[in-house]
Design a protein around this ligand. Sequence first.
Ligand code: PRX
Length: 643
Amino acid sequence: MIHAVERPQAHTPTHCTAEQYAEMYRASVETPDAFWLEQAQRLDWVKAPTKGGEWSYDPVGISWFADGQLNLCHNAVDRHLPQHADRTALIFEPDDPASPGRSLTYGQLHTEVVRMANALKKLGVKRGDRVTLYLPMILEGVTAMLACARLGAVHSVVFGGFSPEALAGRIEDCGSRFVITADEGLRGGKHVPLKANVDAALALTAHATPVDGVLVIRHTGGAIAMQEGRDHWLEDLASDDDCPCEVMGAEDPLFILYTSGSTGKPKGVLHTTGGYGVWTATTFHYIFDYQPGEVFWCTADIGWVTGHSYVVYGPLFNAATAVVFEGVPNYPDHGRFWDVVDKHQVNIIYTAPTAIRALMREGDHHVTCRSRASLRLLGSVGEPINPEAWRWYFDTVGEGRCPIIDTWWQTETGGCMITTLPGAHDMKPGSAGLPFFGIRPELVDSEGGVLDGAAEGNLCITHSWPGQARTIYGDHERFGQTYFSTYAGKYFTGDGCKRDADGYYWITGRVDDVINVSGHRMGTAEVESALVLHPKVAEAAVVGYPHDIKGQGIYCYVTLKAGEDGSDALLAELKAHVRKEIGPIATPDIIHFTDGLPKTRSGKIMRRILRKIAENDFGALGDTSTLADPSLVERLIEGRQNA
Ligand code: PRX
């Protein structure tokens, strides 16, 4: 394979050269315990660990630093106070650029976190309790996560774009008795009724999981209902009383984050304290090559793992200055990202290909009329970045000065896993690059045979790493089944991948029934379940298809109950129905009414055929002879051409 290689001139690596990477990588795989116990010293421990990784993939049990004790809120905040109390920790950039922003020094962050933690205590939150956060991208989102960590409570952040139904499911699944929310959120000038959504969700969970307390942050000042005894304003419960950090075991849970799988309802991925802490601290240091005084901006929402690891924990463990952005890339215009970069002199930006593609489409002038001189490093995450978008990011946004790091990782991996290191490695547009320290990727064929050298296969990771998820909350069996049973003895990522002759990895996308819509992970099964809840729908099959901006769009094949008609009105009704059940991010792009779904004679839906038809790839349908009704394929192709 011949690939363009890029090497920007301006960047001199300070944390790791190519030679140091090679040496450290070798040490990390040859003597992982010694390597990670040394990296663990990036954190402050109450009791330093003596144990490294103790793990098995059959049966599945994973622990790192098991005898260590620490608190991650202390590591993110308190420990910086002696030297960096006056350093800016967080810069808040509001949705409306005309609204006043706000920033917090580490000293002020400490005060805010303590106030939030005291409020949670008054609400009744104790060590080990699960606390659901349903918040906009505001500073209180960060302080709420840190306050939970301070008390030893387990945060479960639910993205503010999810519906009350989806929120209710996530509250019930982890038996959370506390919710932290805001009156409203703001996104692109629109008000998001967060508290009203919480009220609707709690009405749904009232019998199974009665919630004891809701802490409400006043953000927009919009009118909301407060339920006596249950709902409390933050300012009424907050206090400056002394609030020491709980001493946590390294393997005590830190957070649950729900993510989509190929089957069933979303899984509560559980991360613990020590390993996740070391992983996010170490990856942030090396991958972003962060220098003291620099401003780092990860544009992800705290409702996703990228926000957890690189808006909150990674930067704050490193005493960095991080931007918290409430808004969206196209409001008030398509130059907003670069306005924020100039306003706060951002040095490192970390965003998603879907945003890059959307901005690229609007033309260069939105970029070139802003300075961007402060930028030094550009990051990408969440989905494969197509070479065209990569080039635009590199040439137009970064003017060829700034390296791009294309970081591949997952909710389950805790932090970045495959990426080049800035300045140290050549970049190849479209390739994530090389494994981070301790990561041993393996490509396997569908029978599990290991592929050597340049090859294409399914991406597995063979050895545990500190940031690895430990379980699915409440369902350890499903954890084993989902990740460790496809290929015995390996963690299976669900991604397809190529490796070239230089050992660079090229992620090709999911090979399971998970789709990636605008960098958001969506289970096709979830959308199908939502569709069949509609009284007029008989059956539904959902697949992804290539989408210029979103990466993948949601394509739904729907059969209706007898006597129902696939009208435009029903089409709109079904789209609205899915939005209500899951949230706007799950809105179907295409609904294709059909009189049947292609099935084998034993009744199994042939998704391969549905995917090909959705991709407009009619020549490659493969063997259709096992179909119960082969003529259906012709009708589906005809329907696709009209869809
Ligand atoms: O398919 C891969 C894709 O996103 C999936 C993980 O999604 P999620 O758990 O929501 O985490 C996203 C943010 C870390 C992966 O299985 N993915 C993530 N990063 C990349 C990527 N695909 C290609 N290149 C990437 N850099």
